[in-house]
Design a protein around this ligand. Structure first.
Ligand code: DTR
Length: 350
């Protein structure tokens, strides 16, 4: 009987030992068949200044989705609209100092900083955001200007032409005289040349200025009638096909240098595509916004006569001369740059 118990115990011990060895083998097998651990994704912060529903932020979200899809998650982007990470005026400095990895720079908010890029803001008669955006990107690619050499430029884009939105009807150049309108950069100087009284401020400050009657309207692309709800204050619009506003999306150079090469390749391929996409989106969204404002707020749209449009270009010719002088002072081939802008406008504004 005792012998039987001993044999049973020995057998049980042997079985337990075999089972334990089998488990460790399967663990070994598991460990030898486990996929190598995927590298941690690169996480980038992207700062933007206007509210989330405006075009500069809509394009930011599109860029984020494209980057995360095309890098298969190797690059993750966290977006900060509405000035929650960096405000408009310290966007470029903030990215250079690493407060944000990426930032959307409204170049007209920093007068004198971008002598080459502002060639696209000249009153040359762009009729679309597609053409102005593709021209701006082509200009950057050709000249790689010193004004942007301290950052990595991820894309650039520009608005459709600036037009007047106002509390009062403006049907002629005569009615622009003395009108207090918000306008920045070259668009602001264009208004001044026409006799308006221009007030300059970043877009996020415009709603308050309109509500407090500090301005009688503004001069920019018309999609803000809907996106910034300016149709509630401005029942009139005047088509002038004025200058455009330009933007650059820039990345901290050290953060760019640290990216894996395959991620850099994805972002470089995306750059011109994002410029064209944003310009086209801006055009289509502006048309929708004008229709919405007509339907929901009874917007009345006037168009400046061809004679007045010609007068406006004559009265603003000094802007181009002023840009040329500043460009030459910055060591740029001013005439060649302007000739390029006009040629690309012709090519892209089909
Ligand atoms: N008005 C110019 C450019 C611009 C046009 N639409 C938007 C929307 C959000 C920010 C800027 C703009 C400007 O103030 O920069």
């Amino acid at each position: 009987m005792k012998r039987l118990i001993y044999t049973g115990l020995l057998l049980a011990t042997l079985l337990a030992a075999l089972f334990a060895a089998g488990c460790s083998d399967s663990n070994t097998n598991e460990s030898s068949t486990q996929q190598p651990r995927a590298a941690e994704p690169v996480r980038l912060t992207y700062a933007n200044f206007p509210p989330a529903f405006t075009v500069p932020c809509v394009q930011m979200e599109r860029w984020k989705e494209e980057v995360q899809t095309r890098t298969r998650g190797a690059v993750q982007v966290e977006t900060f609209p509405g000035g929650t990470l960096l405000k408009a005026k310290n966007m470029l400095r903030g990215v250079m100092e690493g407060q944000a990895d990426i930032g959307c720079v409204a170049m007209s908010y920093q007068p004198g900083v971008f002598p080459l890029s502002t060639a696209v803001e000249m009153p040359v008669g762009f009729t679309s955001g597609k053409a102005s955006s593709q021209t701006l990107w082509a200009l950057f690619e050709k000249y790689r200007p010193a004004e942007l050499e301290q950052v990595k430029v991820l894309t650039m884009f520009a608005t459709p032409p600036s037009n007047i939105m106002s509390r009062v009807p403006v049907q002629t150049l005569e009615q622009v005289q003395g009108l207090e309108l918000r306008g920045n950069g070259a668009s602001g100087r264009f208004l001044d040349a026409l006799g308006a009284v221009t007030v300059s401020m970043p877009m996020p400050e415009v709603p308050d200025a309109l509500q407090k009657n500090m301005i009688q309207g503004l001069f920019t692309s018309l999609e803000v009638l809907q996106d910034m709800k300016f149709a509630e204050f401005c029942p009139y619009a005047t088509i002038m096909d004025g200058p455009v506003y330009i933007f650059a999306v820039v990345m901290n150079q050290d953060r760019w240098n640290a990216l894996p090469q395959e991620a850099k390749d994805v972002l470089d391929v995306l750059a011109p595509e994002q410029a064209a996409w944003t310009g086209q989106y801006w055009d289509s969204h502006t048309a929708e916004a004008v229709e919405w404002a007509r339907k929901e707020h009874g917007l009345q749209v006037f168009t400046l006569s061809d004679q007045d449009k010609t007068h406006a270009l004559e009265q603003s010719a000094a802007l181009v001369q002023d840009w040329k002088e500043r460009a030459v002072k910055a060591g740029l081939p001013a005439e060649a740059v302007l000739a390029d802008v006009l040629a690309w406008k012709q090519e892209f504004d089909q």
